[in-house]
Design a protein around this ligand. Structure first.
Ligand code: UD1
Ligand code: UDP
Length: 389
């Protein structure tokens, strides 16, 4: 059973599956990284103690989507020839994910899609992820859907029901693993912020469709918020992409209450999320994690493929207009009732057993086991003492 992944979010979400495969008697796991991300990928593997057997090392600065796609396909093809896996698991909607699925499909190797069935309904947003995930669906043999909504998306598109298993999202397995570890912040600036107390706005941004003007607007909004609320600390772990840094950082630098860091290791990021007052992001994974920690999430996008936490009231779409972002964050920081309505721990995405369900479904696919009970979302997460902040 081969797992292929290449970026930070894929690494976080496959880590529980890779670990469960290593512990499985029925299945032999083999791990391949494409290296679409370099530092941010290696950081996650280090946190989870994963040492991949193969590294395709495809990252180059300024890489185009087609360069990533073709390098992954060509280099993975060589590894598939050598290893001849019984199935290949890919995660999510990155270029690594779809290119790896295509490479396996071309060799008639069954494809397993982890986090299958997410849909925004708009091919241009997120770009190119909405197209990637739809393409992968077409060549997938086993669809591991995180929620009932994602399963229903697949069934509406004509996917055969017996090929879909609702597992919950493995990101919650990863989160629960890490949140239970001691909050020993590796980044000294973050350790100082966490120790200081007071209101904290945690921000991440990287989406391709936000490059350029939307990201400059995000930078302007962060600068305005830091100036308007001197008692607020804004923490921005900056994505490694130079295009992101060039757009966002000029408008926020030089303020004593703005802390700009390198990408944080997963453990630091999770513990900082638990310490945050409000989370402002265009990330997919952060939309899933922060609700579990009872944190209001303002999403700097116009749509989402993750409507479950929006429906639960913990996530709100705010777009990328600077005035709107400033208004929405200000409202949460100054209106206790509005804050209280959003700051509820809800867990529509998982219960920490997604990897176990995934490995059981893989064993069934390969004829050496059978699937277990599917994930059902509880409406509200009961007390998780270690998550208290
Ligand atoms: C990729 C995924 C996106 C995912 C995101 C998570 C695609 C098309 N996009 O977007 O779905 O949400 O990762 O962060 O697959 N870089 C480094 N070091 C790193 C990582 C990135 O230097 O560890 C720089 C490189 O210059 C690289 C650039 O960032 O060329 C962009 O990386 P890329 O993987 O092309 O796209 P992301 O925008 O990160
Ligand atoms: N994350 C991290 N360090 C950071 C910022 C984010 O470990 O400095 C984690 C975060 O907890 C989440 C994942 O990275 O699990 C999200 O990755 P990203 O936003 O890059 O991609 P997306 O989820 O949007 O595809």
């Amino acid at each position: 059973m081969m797992t292929v992944y290449g970026t930070r979010p894929e690494a976080i979400k496959v880590a529980p599956v890779v670990t469960a495969l290593a512990a499985s008697d029925a299945l032999d796991g083999i791990t391949v990284v494409t290296g679409q991300h370099r530092e941010m990928l290696d950081q996650v593997n280090a946190v989870f103690g994963i040492r991949p057997e193969h590294d395709l090392d495809v990252m180059s600065h300024g890489q185009s989507l087609s360069q990533i796609f073709t390098r992954v396909m060509a280099r993975l093809d060589d590894v598939l020839t050598v290893e001849q896996p019984d199935a290949v698991l890919v995660q999510g909607d990155t270029t690594t994910s779809t290119a790896a699925a295509m490479a396996a499909f071309n060799r008639r190797i069954p494809v397993v899609h982890l986090e299958a069935g997410l849909r925004s309904g708009d091919l241009t947003s997120p770009f190119p992820e909405e197209a990637n995930r739809r393409l992968t669906t077409q060549i997938t043999d086993l669809h591991l859907a995180p929620t009932a909504m994602s399963r229903d998306n697949l069934l509406r598109e004509g996917v055969r029901p017996e090929t879909v298993v609702v597992t919950g999202n493995t990101v919650i397995d990863a989160l629960l693993d890490v949140v239970d570890r001691p909050a020993l912040f590796q980044d000294p600036a973050v350790a100082a912020v966490a120790a200081r107390g007071g209101a904290l706005l945690l921000v991440t941004t990287h989406r391709r469709e936000n490059w350029g003007l939307p990201m400059r607007n995000i930078g302007a909004a962060l600068g305005a918020l830091a100036d308007a609320f001197p008692w607020l600390t804004v923490v921005l772990p900056a994505h490694r992409n130079p295009l992101v840094r060039d757009a966002v950082l000029p408008a926020v630098r030089g303020r004593s209450n703005v802390v700009i860091t390198e990408p944080l290791c997963y453990s630091d990021f999770v513990h900082l999320t638990a310490r945050a007052t409000v989370v402002l992001t265009d990330s997919g994974g952060v939309q899933e994690e922060a609700p579990s920690l009872g944190k209001p999430v303002l999403v700097m996008r116009d749509n989402t493929e993750r409507p479950e936490a929006v429906d639960a009231g913990t996530v709100r779409l705010v777009g990328t207009d600077a005035r709107r972002i400033v208004g929405e964050v200000s409202h949460l920081l100054t209106d206790t009732n509005a804050y209280g309505r959003m700051a509820r721990a809800v867990n529509p995405y998982g219960d920490g057993r997604a990897a176990a369900r995934s490995v059981a479904a893989l064993a069934e696919l390969l004829g050496v086991g059978s699937r277990i009970d599917e994930f059902r979302a509880a409406p509200v997460l009961a007390a998780l003492p270690s998550l208290a902040v």
